[in-house]
Design a protein around this ligand. Sequence first.
Ligand code: TYD
Length: 208
Amino acid sequence: MSRGKFITFEGCDGCGKSTQLRLLSEYLTKKGVPHIFTREPGGGKISEAIREILLNGKNAEMTDECEALLYAAARAQHLRDKVEPALANGKLVVCDRYVDSSFAYQAFARGLGFEFIEKINAFALENYLPDCTVFFDLTPEEAFQRKHGADENDRLEQAGMEFHKKVYAGYKRLAEKYPERIVCINARQTPEEIAKQVIDVLKKKKCL
Ligand code: TYD
């Protein structure tokens, strides 16, 4: 059996990723493609427990370093618990966020620097990268307008507009740095138009 392909979805909070995950799931089910959907931080017992610590609005005193290490720890567990076994079984794995989120949020927006995030994730993941990453290109201003403001219980969403603008700029830098792997899709179109482009991209990248 050949190994499955690993796809990740990325973008600012509220960029429409969840809708696209649902539409892709409907397509894959209809076509009978063996697949799993998962998410970061989370996707398993231990990584979901780490997610709760990370996103809990009451944990305001968490340091940036602790935050970065917890995302990497959750990722190490999730990769081995869920992603690797599914790929080994020939399944397509679609993951809502992965290491590019740590580059955009922790390296660029928190200002911890690319090298530090690369180093801790290289240790956690052994440099395991997706076959294709889809970046849903929507500015945080547009995204928050769509969802009528930030979620007051979500620590990351509460970080403020300046932070989220840096996240967006970080993603744009990453897309320039890894043009072979990261594909940008204009997320200002209708959900159906975006879904069609996602499928076209995945076919072009030989992931479907
Ligand atoms: P979630 O509610 O899943 O957000 P979304 O639906 O927008 O994906 O929360 C995940 C949050 O964690 C989101 O604000 C992005 C952030 N995050 C990081 O800061 N670093 C990371 O490495 C990952 C995976 C997520």
